[in-house]
Design a protein around this ligand. Structure first.
Ligand code: PMP
Length: 314
């Protein structure tokens, strides 16, 4: 994988190769870490990058550190400063994926609460093709980990082995990805993204008590549906068989963006092509996150301060 010149570790920008963790650390041995995935969207007209909804992501990172009982908790300000410094040091001028990481270093066992290390990486990642083409999904035979076990509401590294098993099964079986049911047998989410369907013209998504990550993108979709399309989505339990009755379906998340689902368990969703509402929603979402419209400026943090706009004004 090609990578940028620098990463950020324990308060400093460091050469990428030097950002390492010891094999004996609880982070490596037990997955004792929490993280956030955040997007930075490059806007070529404005010659700027916009970090999308930094605050809720970094608030969730604080929540994850609290629940995992880390002895030191790093706040949004620390990670915001570090992220801006890192992107500028790398001088990246394309759409990126940012990872903000907090984990347990040192030689401790699985219950060690410190020493707590931090890291940030930023790598170029263009929008995936599947946001246009759509994807295929398989209802996994792996169940979403329940809140009584390792809560999915916490963005803890180790949780991701649950989604990993489901994603591997799906790709082995010839699908793009998976939909996990929870222990009640209701739809939960994908390996790294939330689920929406449209029934009778109304967007429906599993409620936050269905073992999902309380996704920043999901909340954004709920807001966009009401504000731009005048339709109030419903947050409720979803039965498996409703997946086959849906007119449209899509995933949403930082990495998956808004991704239409064309078929589930090889049964077409609606026409078997990306749905009309899904596409309209996706296009509106991209216009906002890339800063192509002025709406919701508070959702976007500019990295370079709008160089071109500034130059034109001078
Ligand atoms: N569920 C899981 C398990 C995830 O890993 C993600 C990606 N962070 C999501 C949902 C979507 O969350 P967000 O919109 O905050 O990225």
């Amino acid at each position: 994988m090609s990578h940028p010149k620098y990463a950020f570790q324990n308060g400093k920008v460091v050469p990428w190769e030097d950002a390492t963790v010891h094999v004996f650390s609880p982070a490596a041995k037990y997955g004792a870490g929490v993280f956030e995935g955040i997007r930075g969207y490059w806007n070529p007209d404005k010659e700027d990058m916009y970090l999308f909804k930094m605050e809720p992501h970094l608030e969730r990172l604080m929540f994850s550190q609290k629940v995992m009982d880390f002895e030191t908790v790093y706040d949004p300000e620390y990670f915001t400063k570090g992220t801006l410094e890192l992107i500028r040091a790398n001088d990246i001028r394309e759409t990126v994926h940012i990872r903000t990481i907090v984990h347990i270093e040192g030689p401790g066992e699985s219950s060690a609460r410190g020493p707590v290390g931090t890291a940030i990486t930023v790598v170029p990642r263009p929008l995936p093709k599947r946001v246009t083409t759509g994807c295929t999904a398989q209802v996994s035979s792996w169940m979403r980990s329940p809140d009584t076990s390792t809560p999915m509401r916490v963005k803890c590294n180790a949780n991701y082995n649950n989604g990993r098993l489901a994603a591997l099964q799906a790709t082995r079986d010839g699908y793009d990805t998976a939909i996990l049911l929870n222990q009640k047998g209701q739809v939960s989410e994908g390996p790294g993204m939330c689920f929406f369907m449209v029934r009778d013209g109304v967007p429906v998504t599993p409620s936050v008590t269905n073992d999902i990550l309380e996704s920043v993108t999901r909340k954004t979709v709920l807001e966009i549906c009401e504000e731009y399309f005048g339709v109030k989505p419903v947050e409720r339990d979803i039965d498996r068989s409703e997946l086959y009755a849906a007119e449209e379906a899509f995933f949403c998340g930082t990495g998956w963006e808004i991704c239409p689902i064309n078929s589930i368990d090889k049964l077409p969703v609606g026409t078997g092509k990306p749905g009309e509402f899904t596409c309209k929603l996706r296009d509106t979402y991209f216009r906002i996150v890339k800063g192509e419209v002025n709406d919701h400026a508070d959702w976007r943090m500019p990295v370079y301060g709008g160089n071109k706009a500034k130059a034109a004004a001078e």
